[in-house]
Design a protein around this ligand. Structure first.
Ligand code: AMP
Length: 441
């Protein structure tokens, strides 16, 4: 089936051709005609399936007839994160370049002034995160009773992030007579219950089972200990052909620690999490997408919805405690049929999470065996304290630290004490140096 069989206008067919798409994806084949029919949709689709175009393309054609009034948007797209909202707005710009539609993006973390100016002119498409939209509404800056099409994107994420009460309130402000398109990566009972409140007789479209991982993603586990993870990551980065990677941590605090450590070791890295100002999040993402930044240390904010072309690796520096987050994280690589790699660092405490993940994806994940015994580079610290990575001369060479045979020694009271516990972590600086006496058992 070609795009020309979906009822799209000539302008849109031309934008789609310019975007380089030769044929519609399965969700587009099913959703585009259904949106044109005017009914509600309950769509189960993950990012990476072409889901955004499946609602933006028909919306552009529908909205092209008619004009917006000041402060009264004609359509509303609710997204859980600012990044996803920005991405949907990029899609509108790409596909709508031959249509004169106006659009506004209402997201937190950026000034309200430009958003208000856009609203004043009247917008056909309003893309918003729930909190910022309600902010504008409560200040009397926006009226929602002219919204004819509502899109709720990544509803499962909205639920996880506690946004459903905000969405409920927003929906209560919309006209009853509207078309609602509801998308979620999963359709479990709680999501279906929510969907029921917002949809009337929806057409259900499902294009990928919720737990599916693209076959093009090679998944591996690397067993390690918490204290060795950073060293292990540096070795991994030097061993693997990593052109670019998103490295996920579970906690924001750990993102900062890992980010600073990688910078100190000369890696081209940046951090991305919800506590950073929106301006720096946007510029970091742009730099990462353009290849100026190689490693992005990120929280799950970056896991969903982000479309990064040609991402060679995803690294789970921490195993996600929610199995579905694993699927979303590794879905950033191996997109659109390309080959991808997903590596997960596992400690003994993570076993139960790995079990939940393998149960969800319904297959075991292979362990990358003897990682330490490969020709791994060693961190070399020069006189100025800078560290570089150098490969050991022979295969299977072990690090100096590991090779020293431990022997007991006397402490300053003349007592025999066990030797320090060997560690692979190099001494990097005062901040990272653990005095030897603390390592003695
Ligand atoms: P999404 O699932 O909306 O996040 O889209 C994932 C990626 O697929 C984006 O980079 C889109 O530009 C791309 N895409 C969307 N539709 C098509 C298509 N029909 N053919 C090829 N790529 C597409």
């Amino acid at each position: 089936m070609g795009f020309d069989e979906l009822g799209l206008s000539e302008q849109l067919l031309s934008s789609v051709a310019d975007a380089g798409y030769s044929k519609p994806t399965p969700i587009q084949q099913q959703a585009i005609p259904a949106v044109f029919m005017g009914g509600d949709i309950l769509g189960c689709a993950q990012t990476g399936t072409g889901k955004t175009a499946s609602f933006t393309l028909p919306m552009i054609d529908i909205l092209s007839a008619g004009r917006a009034k000041a402060r009264m948007p004609r359509s509303l797209i609710l997204c859980p994160t600012r990044e996803l909202a920005a991405q949907v707005s990029d899609n509108f710009e790409t596909y709508g370049k031959n249509n004169a539609l106006s659009m506004a993006l209402l997201i937190g973390g950026v000034t309200m002034t430009s958003q208000l100016q856009a609203l004043d002119k009247g917008v056909d498409v309003l893309i918003a995160t729930p909190g910022r939209l309600l902010d504008h509404f409560e200040r009397g800056k926006i009226l929602l009773n002219d919204v004819k099409i509502l899109v709720i994107d990544e509803a499962d994420r909205m639920l996880d992030m506690g946004f459903i009460p905000d969405v409920d309130r927003i929906v209560s402000l919309l006209p009853k007579n509207r078309q609602t398109l509801f998308f979620s990566a999963t359709l479990d009972n709680s999501i279906r219950k929510i969907a029921k409140r917002f949809l009337a007789n929806p057409k259900e479209i499902s294009v990928a089972p919720p737990s599916s991982v693209a076959d093009t993603v090679v998944q591996k586990l690397i067993h390690t200990e918490q204290k060795n993870k950073r060293q292990m990551l540096r070795e991994f980065l030097a061993n693997e052909e990593v052109s670019n990677a998103v490295i996920f941590c579970n906690r924001k605090r750990d993102i900062g620690i890992l980010y600073r450590s990688l910078l100190k070791h000369g890696f081209n890295a940046a951090e991305l999490h919800g506590d950073l100002p929106q301006s720096s999040r946007t510029s970091t993402l742009n730099k990462f997408k353009s290849g100026d930044i190689q490693l992005l240390i990120a929280s799950d904010v970056a896991a969903r919805g982000l479309d990064i072309a040609d991402l060679s690796h995803v690294v789970n520096f921490d195993v996600p405690s929610n199995a579905e987050d694993y699927v979303h994280r590794i879905g950033r690589t191996g997109r659109a049929g390309k080959k991808g790699n997903a590596f997960t660092f596992v400690t003994s405490e993570d076993q139960k999470y790995i079990e939940a993940i393998t149960a969800l994806i319904k297959k075991p994940i292979e362990t990358l065996k003897d990682y330490n015994k490969q020709n791994t580079p060693q961190a070399i610290i020069d006189k100025k304290g800078r560290t570089s990575l150098r490969r050991a001369k022979t295969r299977n060479a072990k690090s100096d630290v590991a090779e020293k045979s431990p022997s007991p020694e006397n402490n300053r009271f003349g007592e025999r004490v066990p030797p320090p516990v060997p560690t692979n972590e190099p001494t990097i600086g005062m901040g990272d140096h653990v005095p030897a006496f603390l390592l003695r058992r």
